[in-house]
Structure formats: C-alpha cells, structure tokens
Ligand binder design. Structure first.
Ligand code: XMP
Length: 321
C-alpha cells in the first residue's frame, strides 16, 4: 500500500543521511522488529550493515535456520554466531530465574562485543526501538521485559563498554508495531516471522523451571514445536497473543504399554492480551488441546503428562519464571 511504501522510502533516505559512508552493527533477535530493521538497513546501505545473530542455544527448534533463510536471500549481511556452549556452560546448575537472566545478559554482551571487534570497526549501532519504548523510557517506566529488539531491554543488560559506544540508529522510533509489520511485508519478510508472537530474550531458559541441561532443552524444543505448529495448523495462532510450553521439574507416575513410567510434566500456556501487562488465558478448543496432548506424549517420550495453564495475569505472569 502507498503509505507504507512512502514510509519505507523516507526511512531509507533518513538512514542514508544519518549514516553517510559509516558502518552499522545490528543485533538480530529473530523477532519482527530487528528482522525488519535488518531488511531496511540492507536496502539503505547494503554491505555496510553487519547483522549479528547470536545462537545462545535457548532458541526454538529451527529458529536459527528460519532467520537465516529469511534474511540472507534478501541481501542482509548476516553473521550467525554459535555460542551455545558458552551460554549453556555459564548456565549449568543455575536455577534462580533472575540469575539466569543476568547470566544470559552478560554472556550476550560478551559475545556481541567479540563479534563487534571481529567485524568492526563500526560507527553506528542500530536498534529496533519503537515509539512505545521511547514513551516508556521517557516516563521513567523503562521495563526490562519489553519485547522490543532493543539490546538493553531485550537482553536485560546495561549496555556496551565505552570503546564500543556507537552512535545509535533507530529508524523505528516514531513507529508502532503494526506499522513495522506493514513495512516488513513490503520488504519481503516471511509471514511466519512478521506475525510471530513475542519471544523473550532469555528464550527457553526461563521456560525450563530449575536448572538447564541440554537434555531438557531438547525436550522442551520438541514440545514447543508441536504446540506452536499445532496452533498454526488449526488456525489458532493469530488469535493468541502469545503461546508457550513450560518444562516443569515435576515428574510423576504414568503407564505406557505394560510399563510404569516416571517422567516430566509439561504445561502449555496461551494468552490473549493487548499490552502484556494483563492477560486472559486463551479458551483453546478442547479438541485441539486433546490433539496436542496426544501428539506430545506420543512423540516426546520424556513427557507423560500435559497440563494447560488456566490462570490470568494477574496474579500469574505470562512466563512461569
Ligand atoms: P510476564 O511473564 O512478565 O511477561 O507476564 C510479559 C511479557 O514479557 C516477556 N518477557 C521477557 N522478555 N526478556 C524479554 O525480552 C525477559 O527477561 C522477559 N521476561 C518476560 C514475556 O514473554 C511476555 O511477552
């Protein structure tokens, strides 16, 4: 549509003016804001953009490949960093939710700095800050839980060291999320990323209650994939604001064939909300839930019990940690 095209042209012009011949670094989270920003910057300045995607091992099944497949063919100079061992090593044995967030934030900055030095020097750091984020920080209400592709809020960290204190490029500062989604369509971002639910910076780490092991991650990735693919398959995805699976530390007795099992419980959660400050649990159809439960216990043998979270926010948060 004409308005979005017009906005894209203007943003491209503005970026070119601000950046000149400079080089720009961008952290890609895999969400709509940073992905769209990557596409916009690639259009504006081509290879003078370096987009860094850090795989911390806490992503969804196939997420890294999806982001690469979406951005690389459209000309984004994307560097994917496999930092799984570093992150999982630093998280080993840690159960406290805030401690997990701190460690992930710290490791993220460490990995990002390393890439900045490897591919640099850079003059600018691009961030997908949206208008509501600007308002929020101006009002002193800056939350560390914003879904924005803002390094600080997304990864719950304070920032980069002084010698990496770039000038900021924030082309979306005046835009709302739905405007970014329109721009994303024009720039060719595939719908599965464009319309994606928010996904927290610490990823699956805060959906595994207790300590994180490669085995638990593998279990949760498979459960999550069944649930999210199922929502898409049954046409229920867009009706939810966010959906997730939690791997609980609860193990209980079950039966399979002639044998008794003692395996994990997974909790599914889906919510409807306008602002993520309050939320209602999504009234997903029983038949759908039954199908999900069957698929999960049949395909993921480490799970023998599936529960659905029917708590609103407040008092429950959307995430379990
Ligand atoms: P809660 O669980 O507080 O979540 O109801 C509200 C929204 O924030 C997201 N969330 C996070 N996002 N880093 C993030 O980038 C975090 O540490 C974090 N914790 C929660 C959550 O997914 C939901 O969209």
């Amino acid at each position: 549509d004409w308005t979005a095209e017009h906005i894209v042209d203007e943003l491209v012009e503005d970026v070119r003016k601000q950046v000149g011949e400079g080089r720009v670094l961008l952290a890609i989270s895999g969400g709509v804001d940073s992905s769209t920003l990557g596409l916009l910057l690639a259009r504006a300045i081509g290879d003078r953009l370096t987009a860094v995607f850090i795989d911390h091992g806490l992503l969804r099944l196939g997420e890294r490949e999806q982001v690469e497949a979406a951005l690389k063919p459209l000309g984004v100079h994307l560097v994917t960093v496999d930092a799984r061992e570093e992150f999982l090593g630093a998280l080993a044995g840690v159960s406290d939710p805030e401690q997990k967030r701190k460690i992930i934030g710290r490791e993220f900055i460490r990995a990002f700095e390393r890439e900045a030095r490897t591919y640099g020097p850079f003059d600018f750091l691009a961030q997908g800050t949206l208008y509501p984020d600007v308002i929020e920080s101006a009002g002193g209400l800056a939350s560390d839980k914003s879904g924005a592709a803002n390094i600080k809020s997304h990864h719950n960290v304070g920032g980069l060291p002084d010698d990496l204190a770039f000038k900021l490029v924030e082309p979306f500062r005046t835009l709302f999320k739905d405007e970014v989604r329109q721009i994303a369509r024009l720039l060719g971002l595939p719908d599965h990323i464009r319309m994606r639910h928010p996904f927290p910076g610490p990823g699956l780490a805060i959906r595994i209650l207790g300590d994180i092991t490669p085995e638990k991650l593998d279990i949760l990735q498979r459960v999550d994939d069944i649930f999210i693919s199922g929502l898409r398959e049954f046409g229920l995805y867009d009706g939810c604001s966010q959906a997730l699976a939690v791997l609980t530390p609860i193990r209980s007795v079950g039966v399979m064939g002639d044998e008794r099992t003692y395996s994990y419980t997974t909790a599914l959660r889906a919510v409807a909300t306008d602002d993520f400050m309050t939320a209602e649990w999504a009234r997903l159809p029983y038949d759908f839930l039954a199908t999900m439960s069957n698929r999960i216990v049949n395909q993921v043998h480490e799970i023998n019990r599936v529960v659905y979270d029917i708590t609103g926010k407040p008092p429950a948060t959307i995430e379990w940690e």
